[in-house]
Design a binder for this molecule. Structure first.
Ligand SMILES: NC(=O)c1ccc[n+]([C@@H]2O[C@H](COP(=O)([O-])OP(=O)(O)OC[C@H]3O[C@@H](n4cnc5c(N)ncnc54)[C@H](OP(=O)(O)O)[C@@H]3O)[C@@H](O)[C@H]2O)c1
Length: 232
């Protein structure tokens, strides 16, 4: 069994890589940092006795997305789970943010998932019980201060997820939109909140894993998970 994770060296992606490797899954992951990706993949392989690929690929660039997908297909003919997780959060109201924020986040948060899913869909079909997770956000269904263009891209990713679900109906591929609230990760480093105000990334990994283990006839279409104390 193989899980493909974009943005797999930190935060939620990293926690998911560990959770699935612990449970015997091969892991193919990428980040923009080749060395970190390779080192983390090698560590997973050594600790959990699974096959791994760790590659440097910038998911905001279509050529890099396709190079990552090609490497996955060369090493494994079949993909069981695709976790479209890579994403960036550039805060700001849309009337004040620098020009280009929307484009950068559309490329990283949305187009990456679109291109990689199209490339890997045949390999996912070979699984017979394939699963696509799209890492959306509570920003996929609500606007909030400073969410600006990030929220636009996460609404779009939820739209992508709904279209995939409709188009893949009857093809034995599950599609799940994951919408977490604030979750501890590198992107929150230095934020002035007590630790208990955010969810640990491991909890998101746990729910991904549990969802992936449901009976082949059952799909969780949407997951909304928030800090118990509410949004930040
Ligand atoms: N944390 C939250 O509160 C939260 C809440 C809701 C949704 N999310 C979503 O969950 C996903 C993961 O978030 P996170 O908080 O875990 O992020 P994170 O800790 O910042 O980690 C992001 C991961 O993606 C990689 N990455 C970033 N840009 C990339 C690119 N252009 N190409 C390839 N890899 C890239 C990073 O490595 P490099 O930087 O080395 O490339 C890192 O491995 C994102 O889509 C985010 O929007 C997060």
């Amino acid at each position: 069994m193989l899980i493909v994770i974009t943005g797999g060296t930190k935060g939620i992606g990293q926690a998911a890589a560990i959770k699935f490797a612990q449970n015997g899954y091969d892991v193919a992951l990428c980040s923009r940092n080749s060395e970190e990706s390779a080192a983390f993949a090698a560590k997973l392989a050594a600790e959990y006795n699974v096959k791994t690929l760790g590659m440097g690929a910038d998911m905001s660039l279509k050529d890099d997305v396709l190079a990552f997908g090609t490497a996955v297909l060369q090493q494994w003919g079949k993909v069981d789970i695709l976790l479209n997780n890579a994403g960036v959060f550039l805060a700001g109201p849309i009337f004040e943010e620098p020009d280009g924020h929307l484009e950068k986040m559309m490329e990283t948060n949305v187009y990456s998932a679109y291109h990689l899913t199209r490339q890997l869909i045949s390999a996912l079909k070979k699984s017979g019980n394939g699963q696509i997770f799209n890492m959306c956000s509570i920003a996929s269904f609500m606007a909030y201060p400073n969410g600006g263009s990030y929220s636009i891209t996460k609404f779009a990713l939820l739209g992508f997820s709904k279209v995939l679900r409709a188009e893949l109906l009857g093809q034995n591929i599950k599609v799940t939109a994951v919408m977490p609230g604030a979750t501890w990760s590198a992107s929150w480093e230095g934020a002035p909140f007590p630790e208990e105000r955010l969810m640990p990334a491991e909890e998101i990994a746990k729910i991904l894993y549990d969802t992936s283990q449901l009976h082949p006839t059952a799909v969780v279409e949407e997951i909304i998970i928030r800090p118990l104390l509410g949004d930040l």
